[in-house]
Design a protein around this ligand. Structure first.
Ligand code: GLU
Length: 471
């Protein structure tokens, strides 16, 4: 797909090398960071519902052990392969480093088209894959912690948690072996929304930088900015929903089998309800429907958010893009040729390693919750509420004025788990952006992508130096 024969893994490594041009990191150190540490391939049999036996192939790549555990999703996709998991594991390492999530990067892939399997068959595949990982020490709360990715969800994570818990003798920490679990199984509130919400928080913070966005021809703020989202899975849906909540106008949403465009603004939840029922946008009562999902990249908008698979925008279609900002909500949706092209056109590309890190940020919160065995807010919620109530009374006595009922209601309650997770997510996105933009200025780098990679490599190298790995 227009990538000059470079594999996905080579493309990621290319980005790393480009970001280090002119830096003082020796090539030997850069290479040891860049290359994937461990790769496991497994083949295992499962029984189909008709009694036949099928062999399934899967992988797990652990890219960097500069921190433990390693962390990253598992995808179920017919195109899953070794190169892809290594590339995606690498992106996880850099992503975690940028937003200060103390994990190395990993990624898993199982080569299946999930639509061809029953729920019971998917459960057997997931459980057996988990046993394969566990028996080779490729999963565990302190070793390697999976999460969902393309083609998986909290349902598979629950099966993984159950299979791992039954396998391990360490029951106390077992649930921290995987994240994005259902709440009943130790999941954290806000994880489902996290990646899409992180995209919205990251763009909100970026568009508040008036001087910075002006260089790309933008006025500050998200208000009224026209947004098109490619991919209406968990990430695309939540990105669209929260962008609209933050004031942007969602003018188009695309999927592989078509898109809807409505320059007046799309009701994201209404469209989602239609899509869930019919598996297509066709027949939706508002906007313009086109069957040609590929054409959605060329929609008239300010911000384009590719939120599906890698390689979506490449050298053959990048010229059709009208947006002046592209936020990579998916992993690797732009090929390096497309990235280079957008740089020549002064298009603001917000890279995956930063903008889609919301998922792993909240996975980190879930992992901490599982190890601590306590819900966020459980100890301080009532205390905070009571403190606020006392303060309000005091203020009313001092000023002789009544606090409005709606303010009283909000302030009377302390923060619950979701409030804390969302505010922790926002704080992490803002702090990640601050560090990237600082690196961009300090190291005189031309793009956010190069600065993001440079920042990540610097942090990882420092942790190796601190441990005396490099002299
Ligand atoms: N699969 C997601 C990603 O690519 C989430 C990973 C995680 O939560 O560990 O970032």
């Amino acid at each position: 797909m227009g990538n000059k024969g470079q594999s996905f893994y080579q493309q990621v490594n290319d980005s790393v090398m480009k970001s280090l041009e002119g830096s003082n990191i020796p090539e030997g150190v850069a290479e040891s960071i860049r290359l994937c540490d461990s790769l496991l391939r497994v083949s295992f049999p499962i029984e189909r519902d008709d009694g036949s036996i099928e062999t399934i192939t899967g992988w797990r790549a652990q890219h960097s052990h500069h921190r433990y555990p390693t962390k990253g999703g598992i995808r179920f996709a017919p195109i899953a392969n070794e190169d892809e998991v290594m590339a995606l594991a690498s992106l996880m390492t850099y992503k975690c480093a940028i937003v200060d999530v103390p994990f190395g990067g990993a990624k898993g892939g199982v080569r299946i088209d999930r639509r061809k399997y029953s729920k019971a068959e998917l459960a057997r595949i997931t459980r057996r894959y988990t046993y394969e990982l566990a028996s080779r020490n490729f999963i565990g709360p302190g070793v390697d912690v999976p999460a969902p990715d393309y083609g998986t969800s909290s349902t598979e994570m629950a099966w993984i948690a159950d299979a791992y818990t039954s396998f391990t003798s360490d029951k106390l920490t077992a649930l921290a072996c995987v994240t994005a679990k259902p709440i009943e199984l130790g999941g954290v509130r806000g994880r489902t929304e996290a990646t899409g919400l992180g995209v919205a928080y990251g763009l909100e913070a970026l568009f508040e930088r008036a001087d910075f966005v002006k260089k790309y021809g933008f006025t500050p703020g998200l208000d009224g900015k026209k947004v098109a989202v490619l991919g209406f899975g968990n990430v695309g849906y939540h990105a669209a929903l929260f962008m609209a909540e933050l004031g942007a106008t969602v003018v188009a949403i695309g999927e592989w089998n078509g898109f809807i465009e409505d320059q007046k603004g799309i009701d994201v939840d209404a469209l989602k309800a239609h899509f869930n029922e019919h598996k297509t946008f066709e027949g939706y009562s508002k906007g313009r429907f086109s069957k040609d999902g590929e054409q959605a990249v060329a929609i008239d908008c300010d911000i384009l958010i590719p939120a599906a698979l890698e390689g979506h925008i490449h050298e053959d279609n990048c010229h059709t893009v009208k947006a002046k900002c592209i936020a990579e909500a998916a992993n690797g949706p732009l090929t390096n040729e497309a990235i280079d092209y957008f740089q020549t056109k002064n298009v603001l590309v917000v890279p995956d390693v930063y903008i889609n890190s919301g998922g792993v940020i909240v996975s980190y919160f879930e992992w901490v919750k599982n190890l601590a065995h306590v819900r966020y807010g459980r100890l301080n919620r009532e205390f905070e509420g009571a403190t606020n109530r006392r303060m309000m009374k005091l203020m009313e006595n001092l000023t002789g004025q009544q606090i409005a009922d709606e303010d009283r209601l909000i302030l009377s309650q302390g923060a619950n788990e979701k409030d804390l997770v969302f505010s922790g997510l926002k704080d992490s996105m803002v702090s990640g952006l601050d560090q990237i933009l600082e690196t961009m200025v300090d190291d005189n780098l031309p793009t956010i992508r190069l600065a993001a990679f440079r920042l990540a490599i610097n942090k990882i190298a420092k942790s190796y130096y601190a441990r005396g790995v490099f002299p």
